[in-house]
Ligand binder design. Structure first.
Ligand code: FAD
Length: 374
């Protein structure tokens, strides 16, 4: 019987595994893939995470991360606005980032089962019985850190699945010549594409588009040609960049719908608890911040300071206080981008009113946060 079972080993799951193990709580983490692997993600991480990551034992800059300090946004016409990022961020591939956290989780004493899929979770006496593709595991508490969309959403009958999402996410690593400290966000009809530097002199190019265009145009290269490359900045990138993979990584059905924080007694964390629109560049920071909040509360629970019902109430209340407004602003900002004419006016307005740009960025970004003191 483990104290905590973590379903899914992305940032939320891995950070929780490190923090809980360091606090002496027995943890098992189950991840369906084998590390390291590439995921669809823009790979820009807000610096609000830095203190927390260092407390977990990870310094992204020592791992070769790029320091990103400026933002450029372009409308489909090519009209651009540029501003400094108040806090800024770092650029590091998930391939490297996740692997570094896996090593820290193992060193802290967490048990990791990889290439193993969780199929079902059932309440069992004082805890849960977890059925994976390989075995059955018992745990007192379960954290659902299985990301934006998982087969577990279906087996838990999560209500957000009733509505289909129109979005598809696509990512490449490229060699390109863009300023090291710049994150560029180029808009096209019904989508946007982020480009920023990561480790080893590479760049991440990641975009969100609408599935109906992919279906209509029948292939990713054709969609890139007819949709993305109408923005002159993206056209230049597609002409000049060296694409390092034969095929991109792709994810379908990216949903920004609100989700419950507790599902049949399982604590959801990271994207499984709610995903912010990627153009805010903040989903990873939220996944890490959620993990730090849940770790602190679980430590209080296992040391007898919080009953299970107090733990549940505090998690829901504090999570909402931290993220509910950010998620709503993220959904609203996402609405502003998409239609070329609206995007053009938004870029012009933000360009004319820099304090407005800063105010919107503040609403979608959090403050630097600390870890539970181990
Ligand atoms: C197009 C796009 C661009 C983005 N760009 C950025 C960005 O630049 N900056 C940013 O901060 N955020 C960005 N995000 C968001 C960011 O990627 C997520 O918020 C972040 O990865 C959430 O971490 P997580 O741990 O919750 O989920 P994930 O990292 O998705 O991890 C979930 C894990 O659960 C595993 N899993 C799922 N089901 C099972 C199962 N049944 N059994 C076992 N394992 C399972 C999966 O394999 C996965 O490893 C972007 C998202 C998209 C779609």
């Amino acid at each position: 019987m483990y104290d905590v079972a973590i379903l899914g080993g992305g940032l939320a799951g891995l950070a929780s595994a490190i923090g809980l193990s360091k606090a002496g709580i027995s943890v098992v983490l189950i991840e369906k893939n084998r590390y390291p692997f590439h995921r669809v993600c823009g790979e820009y991480v807000s610096l609000e995470t830095l203190n927390y990551l260092k407390a977990l034992g990870f310094d992204p800059f020592a791992a070769g991360a790029a320091h990103l300090k400026r933002l450029q946004v372009s409308a489909p016409s090519g009209n651009t606005l540029e501003c400094n990022l108040d806090l800024g961020g770092f650029g590091l591939s998930r391939y490297r980032f996740d692997l570094e956290l896996v090593q820290l989780a193992q060193a802290a004493g967490a048990t990791l089962h990889t290439r193993e899929k969780v199929n079902a979770v059932d309440p069992n006496g004082n805890g849960y019985r977890i059925k994976t593709s390989e075995r059955e595991i018992s745990a007192r508490i379960v954290i659902g850190a299985f990301g934006k969309r998982s087969t577990l959403d279906k087996s838990l009958e999560r209500s957000f699945l009733q509505k289909r999402s129109p979005y598809v996410g696509i990512k490449y690593h490229i060699h390109y010549d863009q300023e090291d400290d710049l994150i560029a966000l180029h808009n096209f009809k019904d989508g946007y594409c982020g480009i920023s530097r990561i480790e080893d002199e590479k760049y991440c190019l990641c975009y969100l588009a609408q599935n109906r265009h992919l279906k209509r145009l029948r292939s990713i290269p054709e969609m890139e040609k007819q949709m993305l490359r109408t923005n002159p900045h993206l056209d230049r990138i597609f002409v000049k960049a060296e694409f390092l993979w034969k095929r991109p990584v792709v994810i379908n059905e990216v949903s920004f719908a609100p989700k419950p924080l507790l599902e049949q007694g399982i604590f959801t964390c990271g994207d499984a608890a709610g995903m912010i629109a990627p153009l805010c560049g903040n989903g990873m920071a939220m996944a890490l911040h959620g993990a730090s909040l849940l770790t602190g509360l679980l430590v209080d629970h296992f040391s007898g300071r919080l009953s299970i019902s107090e733990l549940e109430q505090r998690y829901v209340k504090e999570w909402r206080a931290l993220f509910a407004l950010r998620l709503q602003v993220g959904r609203n900002v996402q609405q502003l981008f998409g239609a070329p004419v609206t995007t053009e006016w938004v870029v012009r307005l933000f360009k004319a009113l820099p304090p407005l740009t800063r105010a919107v960025m503040k609403q979608t970004h959090g403050k630097s946060f600390e870890a539970f003191a181990y």
